[in-house]
Design a protein around this ligand. Structure first.
Ligand SMILES: [Zn+2]
Ligand SMILES: [Zn+2]
Length: 111
């Protein structure tokens, strides 16, 4: 095993995944350092994915909802309309209301 440079966090992720798979995780821990780090990072990403960027409008008053400041990165699944105060959940997963979807930069709706 070449686990000397493994961080606590990385080791914890690999152990957790291994036990959820019902294995000891020897195959994970035995991976070469850079690959093992990537695997741990990937597993962590899927365990705790960042909020999905979406364009949303309030279902009641139709005001565009854009998360800014701390809400642009803070994970949340319910959103509160700045216009009418309505709170709703647009998706099962965590989401963040954005002006433009990543890769798109269209005219914003004139509302
Ligand atoms: Zn929001
Ligand atoms: Zn509203």
């Amino acid at each position: 095993m070449s686990g000397r440079r493994m961080s606590e966090a990385e080791s914890a992720i690999l152990s957790r995944v291994a036990s959820s798979l019902g294995t000891t995780g020897e195959h994970l821990f035995a991976l070469p350092d850079p690959i093992r780090r990537d695997v741990a990072a990937l597993l962590e990403y899927y365990r705790d994915p960042p909020p999905v960027p979406i364009t949303i409008s309030c279902p009641l008053c139709r005001e565009r909802h854009i998360d800014e400041g701390v809400w642009a990165t803070r994970r949340h699944h319910t959103h509160s309309c700045q216009g009418c105060g309505h709170t709703w959940r647009p998706a099962v997963v965590d989401t963040v209301g954005v002006r433009f979807l990543p890769g798109f930069k269209n005219e914003e709706d004139k509302s």
